[in-house]
Design a protein. Sequence first.
Length: 143
Amino acid sequence: MSTTSDYERMLRSAALRVTAPRVAVLAAVHDHPHSDTDSILGRVRQTLGAVSHQAVYDVLRALTAAGLIRRIQPMGSVARYETRVGDNHHHLVCRSCAAIVDVDCSVGAAPCLTASNDNGFVLDEAEVIYWGLCPECAQQTHP
Ligand SMILES: [Zn+2]
Ligand SMILES: [Zn+2]
């Protein structure tokens, strides 16, 4: 469970000025991983009142650039944000209802994530999205 002071500490550790919108966005993303911009905006407005879409967009960009939040964008989806950063975890995405679930990084267990030929690139991330049906949707398809 994170508190306001945790978010303030995260901002300072990333050399970002502590502002109410930044704290509110961090809290909203932390409490609801894989949220899109509109739902983050809705939650920030519940906390702070009137906040412009542009302000939240700017905060999301600053937090992403600082590495405090991670932006993912599965094909066919709008951008989504999460505070679980730095562990190169992957995502399960449901083709039917677009549910998104975290899954730990497979490095070490799945040889396909070690590029068979890195072509001289210095690799620091393998972005993997596992597509399929979540349990609820699979149940509906194959009752
Ligand atoms: Zn589903
Ligand atoms: Zn995630």
